[in-house]
Structures are given as C-alpha cells and as structure tokens.
Write a protein that binds this ligand. Structure first.
Ligand SMILES: [Fe+2]
Length: 135
C-alpha cells in the first residue's frame, strides 16, 4: 500500500487539529513501513496501540472544542467517532485473540476512514469554529 502524503486540502485550519491529523497519518505510514520491513509482531502491536490511543485523544479534543462552542453538528460527529472507536476495539480484540495482524487491511481501512472523515466531517466544523475564534 502506498504511503499517504499530506495534502493542503486536508487542512481544517485549526492548528492543533491539523497537527493531530498529520501525526495520525504519520503513524499509519509508520505502521505500513514497519509491516513492509517485517518488524517484529510486538513492535507492530505497540504501534497499533499507540495509534489507537492517539486517535482517542484526538477525538476527545475535537469533541471538547465542538461542545464548548455548541457546534450544531456535534451529535453526528460524536457518533462517527464512536463508530470508529468501536471498530478499532473489535480489531484490537481480534488481535489479542489471534496474535496476528493484517496491517495492510487495518492501514487501508484507517487511511480511507481518516481521510474521508477529515474531508467531510472535520471540514464541516472549520468555518463554524473559526468564526468562534478557534484557530
Ligand atoms: Fe472528527
């Protein structure tokens, strides 16, 4: 799978969230490299756990800001976050049970989800929050 390259159109215009998104993309890329280089399973599992933790933190941060400013799309956005976290939890359970990881599958799922989410849901809060002075 090809690495994801950051593109200007992914910018949501709020520095912290752009930095978070870049970091998450870097982490997915890093996971892909680790997989291609056949790094050991423990390292890969570590990277996946890290990625899940960062995703959770990032979602929490987005939700807090949306809530603080009464963003009208908060409920829908929150549901989308919950859905992804649920899928990640399922993946993690499978991982614990089988102790083998299909990194390609996970990465392509995450990449598709992340980019689609940034380009639709996240872009939707940009103008609203920007008007509230969130930068
Ligand atoms: Fe989001």
């Amino acid at each position: 799978m090809d690495k994801i390259i950051w593109n200007k159109q992914f910018n949501v215009g709020i520095k912290k969230f752009d930095d978070d998104h870049k970091l998450l993309i870097d982490m997915v890329n890093d996971l892909l490299v680790a997989n291609e280089e056949s790094q050991d399973q423990a390292t890969i599992v570590d990277k996946i756990n890290n990625l899940i933790d960062h995703t959770k933190d990032h979602f929490r941060a987005e939700e807090q800001v949306m809530k603080k400013h009464n963003f009208p799309g908060l409920d829908d956005h929150y549901r989308e976050h919950l859905k992804l976290l649920g899928e990640l939890e399922t993946f993690k359970r499978e991982l614990d049970a089988k102790s083998s990881v299909n990194v390609e599958e996970l990465s392509s799922f995450l990449t598709g989800w992340l980019l689609n989410h940034i380009l639709t849901m996240d872009i939707a809060y940009t103008a609203f929050l920007y008007d509230k002075g969130v930068k």
